[in-house]
Structure formats: structure tokens, C-alpha cells
Design a protein around this ligand. Structure first.
Ligand SMILES: C[S@@+](CC[C@H](N)C(=O)[O-])C[C@H]1O[C@@H](n2cnc3c(N)ncnc32)[C@H](O)[C@@H]1O
Ligand code: SF4
Length: 292
């Protein structure tokens, strides 16, 4: 049996994947907005436990093609351990096509390019990276632990290893006064990284996080759906991507958009211009349907 421990998160595009908790929690766990792993201490799970879960899944699940390694930054585990996990997965699932995991900037900083390349050859071909913002003040406000230059440097290590990146930007993270700068600077950093996938989420204060405390004390602006649409418009208009997929389909968004860039850039910007011109007709997702 697979015994999931504590809360479990995965990107929307891993909805059909087998989720395996290679590590528990997040080794960094300090981003002010993130309450996902505050209920557990970071640890790498024993390989014997994982082998048992993989064997159970091989016996009980048919045609596993995608595996997502949880929790928050599985890439931070030693490369030798990750190789053992990948080998067990490859042996158990003959139809396996993709293994992916979350990779924080801290995890990307510790992993060597050669390690990432060798792990990619063993099947770990995609990382999800929370860029959150390209604006240094905003990254500092979020306590992401890196500035934009370091974010670009570590993301490009993954590209050097030929690993695909799926990146997240947090709409609303720059507050009201910094919204425009957050949008422009985020586009600058995403342009420098050229990720295969870029998605936006809406920053949401969740209880028991420093962001929630700041929000409760009135120190954080909650942008309206229209302000967020304006921010997204600036972000998209400033993207210069050669071949990426853009998505705002995460459940935290007010507007679910999708397109391939650069082909659909003008059309996406036009959709947002129409929303801003006539907000009453905008297809905003109601708050009760939004979630993290
Ligand atoms: C589980 S985290 C893992 C990310 C990875 N550890 C990293 O730092 O790159 C996935 C993403 O969820 C999003 N997220 C977490 N808390 C959020 C919140 N309170 N509001 C909106 N998005 C949030 C962030 O974009 C974050 O990068
Ligand atoms: S966003 Fe990523 S690095 Fe930051 S606390 Fe959450 S899981 Fe950890």
C-alpha cells in the first residue's frame, strides 16, 4: 500500500500521475506564502519503504506512464538515492514515460549539472520550479531565499542538463504598488530562463504562514480580479519566449487561459484587453470555486 504522510500537493498537470513521496516536507520551508509543508519536518524516506510502495503500485495499478516525486523539493535528496528510486520505478513500470519532481532554487543550487544529467538519463526529465517573481524586492518580501540573478543561474543549470522546466509565477505577489514592476521583472526572468512551461497562480494568504500574519495586519494588498488581469496582461505582453506553453489553469486563478508562445501571445493579450475594457462581462471564476 502507499501510505501518504501528511498533506500532499502536486502540479495540475500531474493529475494522472502516480505520486510517490520520495522526500517528506520541504528542506527550505521558509517562503512566507507557502503553508504546504509546515506540518512536517523535512526528511528523505528510506529506500526500502519506497521500494515496497513501488512494488505495491506495480501489482495494483495498470499502465503507469507518469510518476511525480513529492514532496516540496525531492531534487534536494542525494543523487545516489534518487538514482535508486528511478531504477526501481523503471524496473516496475515498463510503460513509464516521464518522472518529474519539484525543484526549489535551493535544490537546484546543490545539485551538480552532471548529477542532473545522469538523473535525466535515468528518467527524471522535468522539474517544477517556483520562480514566483522576477522582481528582487518581491523575492525578498516572499523570502524565497534567492534573488533574480540566482534564480536565472540555477534554472539554467537544469537546462544545461537538458531537463525540462515548468515554472510558476505568483500573481499579486508584488502588492498593489509593485504590481507593474513585478509583472515586468517576472517576464524578464522568464525570458532569461525560457522554460518549456510557464504558469501563473494567484498568491493566496493561507493560515499559519508569515504572509497570512502580514495580511491579517493589513500589510498585504489582495489584488482584485481586474488588477490581477492587468498584471497578467503586462506579464504576457513582455514575454519573449521562443517555444513555451503558457497556462493559468491552476485553481487559484480567476481567469483560466492557455496558449503556446510566441504563436498565441497577441491573442492572449487581446483576451485580457477585452476583460479590462469590459470587466462586467469577464469570465472570472467565482471565489468559491477557487482553491490552492
Ligand atoms: C509545493 S510548491 C513547490 C515549489 C518548489 N519547492 C519551489 O520552491 O520551486 C509549488 C508552488 O505552489 C505555489 N504556492 C504555494 N503556496 C501558495 C500560496 N499560498 N498561494 C499561491 N500559490 C502558492 C508556488 O508557486 C509554489 O512554487
Ligand atoms: S515554495 Fe517551495 S521552497 Fe518555498 S517553502 Fe514552499 S515548497 Fe519550500
Amino acid at each position: 500500500m502507499i501510505q501518504y504522510q501528511g498533506s500532499l500537493y502536486r502540479p495540475p498537470s500531474e493529475a494522472n500521475s502516480l505520486i510517490l513521496q520520495a522526500t517528506l516536507g520541504c528542506s527550505y520551508n521558509e517562503c512566507t506564502f507557502c503553508g504546504m509543508y509546515r506540518d512536517k519536518r523535512f526528511r528523505v524516506r528510506p529506500i526500502a519503504e519506497l521500494r515496497e510502495e513501488i512494488a505495491w503500485a506495480a501489482d495494483h495499478l495498470r499502465g503507469v506512464r507518469k510518476v511525480f516525486l513529492a514532496d516540496g523539493d525531492a531534487l534536494v535528496a542525494k543523487a545516489s538515492f534518487l538514482h535508486q528510486v528511478l531504477d526501481a520505478l523503471n524496473e516496475a513500470f515498463p510503460d513509464l514515460r516521464r518522472i518529474s519532481c519539484y525543484a526549489s532554487p535551493q535544490a537546484l543550487a546543490v545539485r551538480k549539472v552532471e548529477e542532473m544529467r545522469s538523473l535525466r538519463q535515468a528518467g527524471l526529465t522535468q522539474y517544477y520550479l517556483g520562480i514566483e517573481s522576477g522582481c528582487d524586492q518581491t523575492l525578498e518580501f516572499l523570502q524565497k531565499g534567492v534573488d533574480s540573478a540566482e534564480m536565472i543561474r540555477v534554472a539554467n543549470k537544469a537546462h544545461e542538463a537538458d531537463v525540462r522546466l515548468s515554472t510558476m509565477i505568483l500573481l499579486g505577489a508584488g502588492n498593489r504598488a509593485g504590481s507593474e514592476r513585478h509583472a515586468r521583472e517576472s517576464a524578464r526572468v522568464v525570458n532569461a530562463i525560457q522554460p518549456r512551461f510557464v504558469s501563473t497562480l494567484v498568491m493566496t494568504p493561507v493560515e499559519d504562514t508569515p504572509l497570512y500574519e502580514q495580511w491579517s495586519a493589513g500589510q498585504v494588498d489582495e489584488l482584485t480580479p481586474i488588477e490581477l488581469a492587468a498584471e497578467l496582461r503586462t506579464f504576457l505582453a513582455n514575454l519573449e519566449l521562443r517555444s513555451s506553453v503558457f497556462r493559468s489553469n491552476h485553481a487559484s486563478n480567476y481567469l483560466a487561459l492557455k496558449g503556446t508562445l510566441p504563436k498565441d501571445k497577441d491573442a492572449l493579450v487581446e483576451v485580457l484587453d477585452a476583460v479590462l475594457a469590459d470587466p462586467d462581462k469577464a469570465p472570472f471564476v467565482p471565489d468559491w470555486l477557487r482553491a490552492l
